[in-house]
Design a protein around this ligand. Structure first.
Ligand SMILES: [Zn+2]
Length: 287
């Protein structure tokens, strides 16, 4: 039996807490492998047109959208949404401006429909699920000091969608599990999967988690941070506030974090540094 998989790419990079879990059964994966239906894209990597990077994708967003629809409706059924209409409208207004900024880059279609919910919990986080579903927790809105920082959160979540991070994370996890089950993963012609295959063969389960899956998640977080800043810039928000937000996140989470190598999160101070470097390099501002 494969591990349950949590759908939802978060702001801080942690696995989404309290999210409904989806499970691909071992039998389902093996039968799908045999029929070719689980791995229709196994012959190689695809290039993400927005990021320009080669990605290992066994699934497209459309293939996991059904699971995400269930997870999202379960989430909405289980977690109360805010009754504070002022807060909800504020988030929706910032969302509207941020997504229009993202559309200016050509990374998202301006006609796409999005479902944005503000959940009434203390979690200092936000998340996005495949199918353009964005969740923001009241807790993170209370940490933020201005709309620019809220835009930074929403831009980051948009970045996860543009980067197809959910599909890639699920693809890598599934490939890893199939590799462990079958004892080999040499089915791939792609350089990336071969690399994982070697790592998986040499290391096994726990090391797979530390050596392959966690660094992968951290890479996605940093990419989403940078895409988010691009969208903020296009929307006319102050991109420097993304750095300030990560300084606030750092102060807020001091002493509660595992070492970076054991975590899906890049260290908040590192995220602030990487954003500062990126913002300077792009010429958005000098900080
Ligand atoms: Zn994230």
């Amino acid at each position: 039996m494969s591990e349950p998989f949590t759908l939802g790419e978060t702001f801080d990079g942690a696995l989404l807490a309290n999210a409904p879990r989806v499970r691909l059964s071992r039998r389902g994966i093996i039968m799908g492998l045999a029929s070719g239906s689980v791995f229709p894209f196994l012959t190689g990597c695809s290039t993400n047109l927005a990021t320009g990077e080669s990605q290992f994708l066994l699934f497209g967003d459309d293939q996991i959208a059904g699971m995400a629809a269930t997870a999202w409706s379960d989430m909405k059924a289980q977690t109360p949404q805010t009754s504070n209409t002022q807060l909800k409208n504020r988030v929706l207004n910032v969302w509207d401006r941020t997504i229009k900024g993202a559309a200016k880059t050509g990374h998202v279609n301006p006609n796409d429909q999005w479902d944005v919910a503000v959940f009434d919990t203390d979690d200092v986080n936000a998340f996005v699920m495949p199918g353009n579903r964005v969740g923001v927790y009241r807790g993170i809105t209370e940490l933020t000091e201005n709309d620019d920082q809220i835009s930074s959160v929403l831009g980051h979540e948009t970045g996860h969608v543009v980067g197809k991070h959910a599909a890639e994370r699920m693809s890598v996890s599934t490939a890893a599990q199939v590799g462990l089950m079958a004892g080999q993963i040499a089915v791939a012609s792609s350089e990336e999967l071969s690399k994982y295959g070697t790592a998986i063969g040499a290391l096994g389960g726990a090391a797979l988690q530390f050596g392959v899956i966690l660094p992968y998640s951290r890479k996605h977080e940093l990419q989403a941070d940078k895409l988010g800043v691009d969208y903020m810039h296009q929307a006319g928000y102050d991109v420097k506030q993304s750095v300030r937000l990560w300084e606030l996140m750092d102060a807020q989470s001091k002493g509660q974090r595992p070492p970076e190598f054991m975590s899906t999160h890049p260290d908040p101070a590192r995220r602030a540094d990487e954003l500062r470097t990126y913002i300077n390099a792009r010429g958005y501002a000098l900080i």
